[in-house]
Design a binder for this molecule. Structure first.
Ligand code: 5GP
Length: 191
C-alpha cells in the first residue's frame, strides 16, 4: 500500500539491525485517517471471509484492529498482557515472547468473548518472528474458533514470522512488506 510505504519512508526510524520505530503514526501518536484507510484495505483483502470477530494484542494492535472492525462492523477483542502465571478458568491464555521487550508475557482473552462459533481475523501492527500471532492462534484453537487469516500492517519479511505462517498455509495479508534495512533506509519487497 503506497500510502503506508510513503509514510514509513517519511516518518519511520530504523533502530539497529531489525527494529523500525513508527511512533509518529502507529505506536505512540496514531494517525486516524491512515488507520481508517488501512482498515478499509484489510476489508477489501478479507471481504470473502465470514468474519464475526477481529482479534489483536494490546496495545499497539488495537488501533489498526479497531479500524478493521469498523470496516467489517464486527467486534474487536484484544488479548491482555500480564505477568502472573496464575491460571484462571475463565480465560484462554498463551505465552508470548516479546520481540521488542525480550521478555515473555502471558496474553489472555476472556472466554466470554471468543467461542467455537467465531470466525476470526487476526490483526497486528508488526510481524517479526511471529510469536504474537502464534499466541493468538493458540488462543483461537483453545476456543475451537475458526481462523480466516492474519492482517499485518508492517511485515519484516526477513524475520521468520511470515515463513512460519506460510508453512502452516495461513492466509497472510501485509500492507507493507520490508525486505531489509540498508544503511538506515527501509527497502520494501517489490509487489
Ligand atoms: P513477533 O511476535 O512477530 O516477533 O513480533 C511482533 C510484535 O513485536 C508486534 O506486536 C510489535 O508490537 C512488536 N514488534 C516487532 N518488531 C517491531 C518493530 O520493528 N517495531 C516496532 N515498533 N514493534 C515491533
Amino acid at each position: 500500500v503506497k500510502l503506508l510505504e510513503d509514510r514509513i519512508r517519511e516518518d519511520g526510524q530504523v533502530l539497529g539491525a531489525d527494529v523500525l520505530k513508527v511512533d509518529n503514526f502507529l505506536n505512540h501518536q496514531i494517525d486516524p485517517d491512515l488507520m481508517t484507510a488501512l482498515g478499509e484495505e484489510f476489508h477489501r483483502r478479507f471481504a470473502d471471509a465470514p468474519l464475526t470477530k477481529i482479534l489483536t494484542v494490546e496495545s499497539s494492535g488495537i488501533a489498526p484492529a479497531l479500524a478493521t472492525g469498523m470496516a467489517f462492523h464486527v467486534p474487536v477483542v484484544f488479548a491482555r498482557k500480564h505477568k502472573s502465571l496464575t491460571l484462571k478458568d475463565d480465560l484462554y491464555t498463551a505465552t508470548v515472547y516479546s520481540f521488542t521487550k525480550k521478555t515473555s508475557n502471558n496474553v489472555s482473552i476472556s472466554k466470554k468473548f471468543l467461542s467455537a462459533d467465531d470466525n476470526v481475523l487476526i490483526i497486528d501492527d508488526f510481524l517479526a518472528n511471529g510469536q504474537a500471532v502464534e499466541g493468538l492462534i493458540e488462543i483461537i484453537a483453545q476456543a475451537g474458533a475458526t481462523l480466516s487469516g492474519v492482517g499485518i500492517v508492517i511485515e519484516k519479511s526477513f524475520q521468520k514470522g511470515r515463513a512460519l505462517l506460510d508453512e502452516r498455509q495461513i492466509k497472510v495479508e501485509s500492507l507493507a512488506r520490508i525486505k531489509e534495512f540498508k544503511d538506515g533506509q527501509v527497502i520494501f519487497e517489490e509487489d
